[in-house]
Design a binder for this molecule. Structure first.
Ligand SMILES: CC(C)(COP(=O)(O)OP(=O)(O)OC[C@H]1O[C@@H](n2cnc3c(N)ncnc32)[C@H](O)[C@@H]1OP(=O)(O)O)[C@@H](O)C(=O)NCCC(=O)NCCS
Length: 147
């Protein structure tokens, strides 16, 4: 997508982020969850902006050399234009710069789009967390990328 900017998430982005979150997940994060991530020194949060409109976001956490992708979504109107790819690339660049060796994430077993996205970056399924998600109850695939 042309004219896409990736920048650190600020408090004033949160209303738009929450709108995307609500249409993307059955158990959306609250405003407070995003505020906690913004101020957590172990976390990094990015938004993708088209002009000044928030079209996607990603939340990352790092403990020692282990990174975790906690959350990722793109506004339904802006999907299939490479925005998630740009956000995941930015996440990997950040983890590499912070000397991360392992990057984990969980994804619903049925979320084929997201699993394909991560596989394209080299993430491999390494385990299952039984009944990790609710609404509907579903297992998570744990995916790992070693960098
Ligand atoms: C998953 C999601 C973030 C993808 O965002 P996006 O901006 O549309 O993704 P991109 O356009 O960057 O696509 C990147 C790759 O993801 C995969 N992909 C994305 N959407 C797909 C779809 N509908 N069907 C199949 N593969 C898909 C493809 O591999 C695609 O690469 P390609 O275009 O070269 O085929 C978006 O669909 C979303 O927000 N879903 C709801 C929230 C969610 O599931 N988040 C992930 C939780 S772990």
């Amino acid at each position: 997508m042309k004219d896409l900017t990736i920048t650190t998430m600020h408090k004033n982005h949160i209303p738009e982020v929450i709108e995307i979150e609500r249409v993307s997940f059955s158990t959306p994060w609250s405003e407070l969850s995003f505020i906690n991530e913004i101020y957590n020194p172990n976390s990094t949060t990015y938004v993708a902006l088209s002009d000044t409109t928030v079209v996607g976001y990603i939340c990352l956490k790092q403990i020692k050399d282990e990174g975790h992708i906690l959350n990722l979504a793109v506004h339904p109107k802006f999907r299939r234009q490479g925005i998630a790819k740009t956000l995941v690339s930015k996440a990997l660049e950040t983890f590499r710069a912070n000397k991360c060796n392992f990057i984990y994430l969980e994804v619903r077993v049925s979320n084929i789009q997201a699993r394909k996205l991560y596989e394209d970056f080299g993430f491999k399924p390494v385990g299952i967390r039984k009944n990790y998600y609710i609404l509907p109850l579903e297992d998570a695939v744990i995916m790992l990328l070693q960098i």
